[in-house]
Design a protein around this ligand. Sequence first.
Ligand code: ATP
Ligand code: MG
Length: 416
Amino acid sequence: MGHHSLISLLYQYGVDGSLENGKGYTAAELGTDKSKAQILALEAERKKKRNSEVFRNVNLKEVLTTELVGQRLAIEQVSSVVNRLEMGWTNCKHPMVLLFVGATGLGKTEMAKRLAQYLRGNSKTSFVHVNLSEYQTEHEAAKFIGSPPGYVGYSESGDGQLISLLAKNPKAVVLFDEADKAHPNVLTTLLQLFDEGRLTSGSGKSIDCPEAVFVLTANLAIDQIKDFGDGLRKFFSPQSIESGNNNRMQDYVHYFKSRLLHGPLKKAFKRDELLGRINELAIFLPFSKAEQRKLIETQLCQVRSLAAKNHGITLTWDSSLYDFLLKTFNQSYGARHMRHEIDRKVVNRLSTAFDEGLCRPGEFLHLELHPDLGDDSIKHMKDQRIRLCRISPLNTKEYLDIRFADFEELFRLEAS
Ligand SMILES: Nc1ncnc2c1ncn2[C@@H]1O[C@H](COP(=O)(O)OP(=O)(O)OP(=O)(O)O)[C@@H](O)[C@H]1O
Ligand SMILES: [Mg+2]
């Protein structure tokens, strides 16, 4: 048996060519030019295969449930359609197309990113984000598609932005945000892309991408989705929403999609063909009270990790903080708004304490509520209700006197 057949055989039996011998050399470094090239190619293939096996060991539904608060229905819908694709129950000639509908800040972008990581790994090209609200006019639409020379929006390359992004990775997960705001010409291009898995630019260049995954988002039918979510939570247990097995629940979801959601979707996208190409319409529900609480907890835990990692601080808090922060939760802005509130009320407090030299790495800090004395001076300064204290080694509390910028003074200076 020659060298090359022997190397192939070793790889067939799972040899790891990246291991070093006693002198610190890998097999490729010891080989002749020809066998070196063969080993490097087989090694690259082995790594690729191993990485994809690592991905497959985790289940998408588990990943999404761990990373996102709530959204059990959307998680169920997306993981089932991906599961069908992976198990070979979907026509592979067309790319997979998902539509995420729901209000702002409920996790649509976050889910698309997690899906990209799960399906295509962590590389920079695995996820492409295109905001279609930037392509509302004919001129902008031409930039998206790329138009022939002499036409409106013709650019030097003539290829349009999407084609160059897809050329880097034709299997990418592409998020088309605010798809309902795109110009009709953009939607026509998308229809061809979803149908044929091929994108052709104005200059005639084309790219095949039948394995790409497209996710459209739309912030529409917000009130209808809210009412639907209330009904879903009232009539069905969290388990039936999660498992998606309950036939009555599926009928309810189907009824909602076909009778109540189809109208606003058709109005926004104008054409049934486009809606017909969508493999799954995932519905993002507003957060329930319990989910809002969980979101606050998750975000406070993220602050705690940053405090520990970047400042060596151990951070704890009273559970009374949850109810206080819950009152500030604004459903209309979703999780994004809660993050801003926590930045303003908690992170700001911590960073100011550090800037003023009131605390140091290695210390234990605790957040709690200032007692509500009904005192007007505190009532109108809602942000000051949270106070920060240092816990000494003897477990005593020392309240930190944080001096925030005197905004009244600043405004006076601005006005003068
Ligand atoms: N369900 C959720 N669980 C945990 N974090 C969330 C959730 N939804 C949103 N977030 C957090 O809130 C921020 C905004 O979320 P995201 O961008 O996914 O919202 P969106 O639904 O895409 O909103 P928009 O419609 O405005 O684009 C992100 O930092 C995200 O991590
Ligand atoms: Mg988004």
